[in-house]
Structure formats: structure tokens, C-alpha cells
Design a protein around this ligand. Structure first.
Ligand SMILES: *Cc1c(COP(=O)(O)O)cnc(C)c1O
Length: 504
């Protein structure tokens, strides 16, 4: 299977192998890579998947996209990436489904798919534990001798998950840029205390888009690429613009469906809706791909926080990034440019239109998609947003009624499900992507529960207070950052970003 760029308008586009696509990250024309066709799963495939464990399901699905990878090596990599050492079994007796992504049934046939039992307590581990292995193989397959310098712009969770995935991996170095104040205290602490000899972490003054644009500029700069080449390295990405990040995310939607069938919650072939708290549109695009592969998903519910650029787009067809930027209690969704939406535009609207819309976004900060395209998008996607008070009230209510803790991102997703159901009456079972441990955002979660936080107490006192009030254990990866030394404290302006990778 070959891959093309979303911005290639040639009648026969330039194509690359999947190893090249994963190695490059962003296409040379600034577009994102897509497979020439989405592989279909048959009824027999679904039956087979249901009898596999998670690493086997992952290898099965990855092999459909990573066609030039050796299947036995893929199986080995999946086994290692999703090992019990990296993703311990949940201690929640009410959870069911395959480790590393257990499911918790909530009232009204809503199934929280807990994607945060990995090394950094956020869903990004699900992709970033396997992706470095895919890149390592890609370097060998393409005869690459230079070091891959991974550049990451993070709104919080990607940075730490990428650092954990790539640290001390042979042939790779990683630099993470995070926006000052745009991440939670715990997220900052997790990054600042990262171990490993090939890692660098730098805070950038500004918001996530400033950091992401800085990284995009480095990728687009030919002179910098040449200079890097002379120094024996090249730039690559771990953001969800990289195809190697997206494919592993398809797996858990299909896996969850199988687990619901196995648990007798839905019949094989029965339709579900999928709700995803969305920032960069990566996780929900993976759910879309699962649907295109044949997963019986009726609707994809795209949930946003107060930065509701996607909700507005789905409703009006106007994508407008020229708006006020809000810092919210769900910082990993504080994004005004959802990069992966470009993939959807390309798949549903074609290359020429995608090029036009992206040019307009670059020029004017907005675009209007034609009605015909919007109809196609709305036949699959629906969008809802929650403000800050709404988010906290979902956390509080869910705890009060169901004794289930949701982090603010997951709460945005759950609130969107409730709005969707109230508006449409569609009561089909919902798979809700639960994207972070509530302890990663202990401040707002405690506030929502009405737990008194002593303002003199530090970050970790807050975690302990939430733990003792709920009886939920603090995840080990978060607890251990209390005693790890802080290694990275630098703060720079966006203009200084290009120099940083050369310091390695
Ligand atoms: C990254 C992240 C999201 C948003 O995912 P996208 O793929 O960027 O849409 C949601 N919740 C949490 C906790 C995250 O870390």
C-alpha cells in the first residue's frame, strides 16, 4: 500500500512507502500522508479479531496499513509495546475488556474506553509506545544512517508520552516544546523530570498554536534541513500529523467493539456511536478510519471545550481560527488549528478543494467549505461543545450518581454525548474515548467534587486529597514524579525554537 500527500493535486500523485511516510512525518509539500485505499475488514476478520488479545488485534490491524513491514516483527513490536509492564491491569473490579484498554459501563449504555493506563496516564501512550518501534524499523527499511531528530509541539500530553516512547531509543533524539502556562502543573512536572539521554524539553512563550507553528516552520525550512543533514540528522515528527501515530489509534475502537460483543453488551454487527473529546482531530480521525474499515459506527460525536472551532465548523461550514483563545481545564484540547481535519477534507472533498481551503486558512485564518462537502461530513460527524462550568458539572454529577471519576477531557466527551442524545433521541450504545486519568487534572476534578484543597498544599497534596476522598489510587507514573529531579527548566520565545535541535 502506498501513501500520498493531502496537498498533491497531480493527476497521478507522488507516492511513498509507509516506512517513508512514517520517517518523514509531514510530506515535503506541507501536506499529511494518507493511504491510497482504506483496507476493509470482513465479517470473518471481525470474528477472528474478537478471539485475539490486544497485541494480536493491533498487529492484525497495523499489518493492513503497514504492508511492507514484516508481520512477525509487527507482532513482536505490538507484544512489547502493550506489555503488562507498560500497561498494568486496572484494579477496578467493574472494568471489563482487553488490557491495555479496559472498558467501564456507565448509565445508559455509555462505555468509557479507558485509554490512560500507560506510562504517562493519557491516551497518547496507546500510539506513542508503538510508534518509536515503527520508526526504528522504518529507518532500517529505508537504509537511513542519520539520527532522527523528533520534534514535538505539545498541548500537554503528547510531549510526555513521546518522551517516554522515544527515550533511549537507538538512532533517535527528541525535542519537546510546550507552551508556557498552556499545560497543567502535573503535565509540566512530568516533562521536566523526564529521564533519558536523548531528550530535550523547552518551554515556549505563547499558546499551543505558537509552539506547533514553530515546529511546522522548522519542518518547512529547507536551509535548516540541509544544515541538519550536514550535522548527521534529519527532522521527524511524533505529532498526530504523522501517520505512524494514527494507525495504532484505529486499533482500540475496533478492539473495544469486540470486547462489547464478547461481554454480550451489543450483538455482532450492531451499530454504536463513538464520542471523542477532540483537539487536533487525530483521535477522532482514527475512529473515522475504523468506521471506513467496516466498524458499525453510526455517528462520530466530536466534542470540544470552549475553544469550539470544530463545533462551529461542523454546524456552519466555516472554519475560523481568528477567534479568542481560551485556556481551559481541558488544556489538551485548547487548539484552534486542528491539523488532522485536513485529512478528512482530502478524503471527502478531494485534493484541489483541500489545497484551496488550506491556502485560505493560511492567508485569512479561515475558510468556508462548500455545502456539498458539509453534507457529507455531517452524515458522519456531529459536533458539541461544553464550557467550563458544564465540564465541571459533568465531573461532579458522574461522581455523585455513578461513583465514576472522569478527567475534564473525558467529561467534555460525556457532556457531548448527553447533548447529542437529548437533541436527537438516538439512544444507541456509545463508545466514549476516555483520554486521561482524572489524577492528571486533579485540581479541576477536586473542585468539581467539592473537595476542599488547601491552597498552601502542593500538587501532590492535591493528588492525595483526591485519592482519599474517592478511594481511587493515584497512578504510579504520576506519583513518582514527586521524587524525580527536575532536569529541564528553560523558557524561550517562539523565534528561538529553530536553534534548539542543534544543541544535541
Ligand atoms: C491529546 C488529547 C486529546 C485530543 O486528542 P486529539 O487527537 O488531538 O484530538 C484529548 N484528551 C486528552 C487527555 C489528550 O491528551
Amino acid at each position: 500500500m502506498l501513501y500520498y500527500s493531502t496537498r498533491d493535486t497531480a493527476s497521478s500523485p507522488r507516492t511513498v512507502t509507509v516506512a517513508e511516510a512514517i520517517k518523514e512525518g509531514l510530506a515535503p509539500d506541507g501536506g499529511l500522508y494518507l493511504p491510497e485505499a482504506v483496507p476493509a475488514l470482513s465479517a470473518a476478520d471481525f470474528e477472528a479479531l474478537c478471539s485475539m488479545d490486544y497485541p494480536e488485534r493491533a498487529a492484525f490491524i497495523l499489518s493492513r496499513y503497514l504492508t511492507d513491514y514484516d508481520p512477525s516483527l509487527l507482532a513482536e513490536d505490538c507484544r512489547a509495546a502493550y506489555s503488562p509492564e507498560k500497561f498494568p491491569r486496572t484494579e477496578d473490579p467493574a472494568a471489563f475488556g482487553a488490557r491495555p484498554a479496559p472498558i467501564r459501563a456507565l448509565d445508559g449504555d455509555i462505555y468509557a474506553l479507558e485509554l490512560w493506563h500507560g506510562p504517562t496516564s493519557a491516551f497518547k501512550d496507546m500510539a506513542l509506545q508503538i510508534m518509536p518501534r515503527l520508526l526504528s524499523r522504518a529507518l532500517v527499511m529505508t537504509g537511513e544512517r542519520r539520527t532522527a531528530q523528533i520534534l514535538v509541539a505539545t498541548s500537554g500530553d503528547t510531549g510526555k508520552a513521546a518522551l517516554e516512547g522515544y527515550r533511549d531509543v537507538e538512532g533517535v533524539a527528541i525535542t519537546v516544546f510546550y507552551p508556557t502556562g498552556g499545560v497543567s502543573p502535573m503535565q509540566a512536572r512530568q516533562m521536566q523530570t523526564t529521564r533519558g539521554n536523548n531528550v530535550n524539553v523547552v518551554a515556549v512563550r505563547g499558546n499551543f498554536d505558537d509552539a506547533q507553528n514553530g515546529v511546522k516552520r522548522i519542518f518547512a525550512d529547507r536551509d535548516l534541513a540541509e544544515e541538519a543533514d550536514l550535522c548527521g540528522f534529519f527532522f521527524s515528527s511524533a505529532n498526530s500529523i504523522n501517520w505512524g501515530r494514527l494507525v495504532p489509534q484505529i486499533v482500540y475502537y475496533i478492539s473495544a467493539y469486540c470486547d462489547l460483543v464478547k461481554a454480550g453488551r451489543i450483538p455482532m454487527g450492531g451499530e454504536v456511536n463513538v464520542a471523542v473529546p477532540t483537539g487536533n482531530f487525530g483521535n477522532i480521525f482514527a475512529a473515522y478510519l475504523a468506521r471506513q474499515m467496516g466498524l458499525p459506527v453510526k455517528r462520530l460525536i466530536c466534542a470540544s471545550n470552549r475553544n469550539d472551532v470544530l463545533t462551529e465548523f461542523i454546524r456552519t461550514g466555516v472554519y475560523n481560527r481568528e477567534r479568542e483563545f481560551y485556556k481551559t481545564v481541558s488544556p489538551s484540547m485548547d487548539i484552534l488549528i486542528s491539523s488532522n481535519l485536513e485529512r478528512l477534507l482530502r478524503v471527502m472533498g478531494g485534493a484541489a478543494l483541500t489545497g484551496e481551503l488550506m491556502a485560505s486558512l493560511g492567508r485569512e485564518g479561515k475558510y468556508r467549505a462548500p455545502d456539498e462537502l458539509m453534507e457529507r461530513i455531517r452524515s458522519v460527524f456531529t459536533g458539541y461543545s461544553l464550557d467550563e462550568a458544564g465540564t465541571l458539572s459533568v465531573i461532579g454529577e458522574t461522581w455523585k450518581k455513578e461513583h465514576y471519576l472522569t478527567d475534564p477531557h473525558t467529561a467534555v466527551g460525556l457532556g457531548a454525548v448527553k447533548q447529542y442524545r437529548a437533541e436527537t433521541g438516538d439512544a444507541a450504545p456509545v463508545i466514549l474515548a476516555s483520554t486521561a486519568s482524572p489524577f492528571k487534572f486533579a485540581g479541576p476534578v477536586s473542585e468539581a467534587l467539592g473537595i476542599h484543597m488547601d491552597s498552601s498544599g502542593g500538587l501532590y497534596d492535591g493528588l492525595r486529597a483526591l485519592s482519599s476522598a474517592t478511594g481511587w489510587a493515584v497512578p504510579v507514573p504520576l506519583a513518582e514524579t514527586e521524587t524525580l529531579p527536575v532536569r529541564f527548566e528553560r523558557v524561550i520565545d517562539p523565534a528561538g525554537m529553530a536553534g534548539i535541535p542543534f544543541e544535541h
